[in-house]
Design a protein around this ligand. Structure first.
Ligand code: NAD
Ligand code: TYD
Length: 337
């Protein structure tokens, strides 16, 4: 019988990429448990929804009974946890859903892993747990956690719980921490898809502060391949940094999108900075490279070109995700521009 993996949050940006990728390349069963929040979208999984190795279950990782019964019913042997509230700006508006899903939800999953004696839980985390860098240096796996936003604080709390379970109960778990992802199917509240869609419609491109904040960008496909590598070969109790070796300022990204779309830089609108805005993230990925033999393959120039083209080719997807709820959020965050 095939191995069965419970993927949580598989209708989101990264989880759906992971499911599409794994079902095309591996002979495993995937059960996708997703609460379908504003960020969860089953259209992301249209291409594989009829695959006999795929099952979707609508529900929350905060529901212990449900998680347990899904694992039992589908003979789940391991969990890969993508489920999260993932947007910093929303966490600044209201931190509660972040604690509920990112912290309490992770706790529920860890308890189920212990109770059902599952083989592994891979917990997907972020470079943001390390806080902010100055002009130099990089985050390694031993950099102390120093989160600055309610989002990153909730992710750091979850990471600490995972490590505490490994230490206390010998829970078989591993953590990946990745830098900023981009690629197809990303919800247009994050920098890159928001800027692409606004530019396509000749709407202002809202850049926080002076646009000099730096992020380390990785294509979502590279991230998913790294997760699979850690899932297959990572060592229990370890943390693995994942990154794209591609540091760019926000203004460089925005200008490159405008250039490729042949749009004027006059669309850029500098707006009030994000409160507590982290200056710079950069990942040291030597550990995963040396120990597990993974490194990123997609260079940013090609990756961003393909991503822009994907948004141009999929206007229906873009219209469908910009629901009433999205419009309300956009108005609250950016006002009338
Ligand atoms: P996303 O917001 O696109 O998707 C999150 C998914 O989780 C959605 O499908 C949503 O419906 C689901 N979800 C939310 N609450 C849930 C709950 N209580 N129970 C079950 N499902 C629930 O996020 P993403 O960008 O795909 O991020 C996935 C994971 O990767 C997150 O844990 C995030 O912290 C992490 N991460 C993201 C990035 C990035 O750049 N996007 C970088 C590093 C790490
Ligand atoms: P984002 O995509 O929200 O990811 P994160 O905050 O998790 O890194 O933002 C990436 C960078 O882009 C971050 O420095 C904030 C900036 N940004 C803007 O300047 N304008 C925007 O409208 C958004 C959404 C982000």
């Amino acid at each position: 019988m095939n191995e069965s993996i419970l993927v949580t949050g598989g209708a989101g940006f990264i989880g759906s990429c992971f499911i599409r990728h794994i079902l095309s390349n591996e002979d495993v069963n995937i059960v996708n448990l997703d609460a379908l929040t504003y960020a969860g979208n089953l259209e992301n999984l249209k291409s594989i929804e009829k695959n006999p190795n795929y099952t979707f279950v609508h529900g929350s990782i905060q529901n212990a009974e449900l998680v347990k019964s899904v694992c039992e019913k589908h003979n789940v042997t391991s969990i890969i946890n993508f489920a999260a509230e993932s947007h910093v700006d929303r966490s600044i508006m209201n931190a509660h859903p972040f604690i509920d899903t990112n912290v309490l939800g992770t706790l529920i999953l860890l308890e189920v892993v212990n109770e059902l004696k599952l083989k592994l839980m891979l917990h997907v985390s972020t470079d943001e747990v390390y806080g902010s860098l100055g002009e130099t240096g990089k985050f390694t796996e031993s950099t102390p956690l120093s989160p600055n936003s309610p989002y990153s604080a909730s992710k750091a709390a979850a990471d600490q719980l995972v490590l505490a379970f490994v230490h206390t109960y010998n829970t078989p778990a591993v953590i990946t921490r990745c830098s900023n992802n981009y690629g197809p199917y990303q919800f247009p509240e994050k920098l890159i898809p928001l800027m692409i869609l606004n530019a396509l419609e000749d709407r202002p491109l809202p850049v926080y502060g002076d646009g000099m904040n730096v992020r380390d960008w990785i294509h979502v496909q590279d991230h998913c391949e790294a997760i699979w590598t850690v899932y297959k070969t990572g060592e229990q109790g370890q943390v693995y940094n994942i990154g794209g070796n591609c540091e760019l300022t926000n203004i460089e990204i925005v200008k490159s999108i405008l250039k490729q779309l042949n749009k004027s830089e006059s669309l850029i609108k500098f707006i009030k900075d994000r409160p507590g805005h982290d200056l710079r993230y950069a990942m040291d990925i030597e550990k995963i490279k040396i120990k597990l033999g993974w490194s990123p393959k997609i260079n940013f120039e090609q990756g961003i070109k393909d991503t822009i083209q994907w948004y141009i080719n999929n206007p229906q997807w873009c219209n469908n995700v910009r629901t009433g709820a999205y419009r309300d959020y956009y108005k609250k965050q950016y006002g009338e521009m």
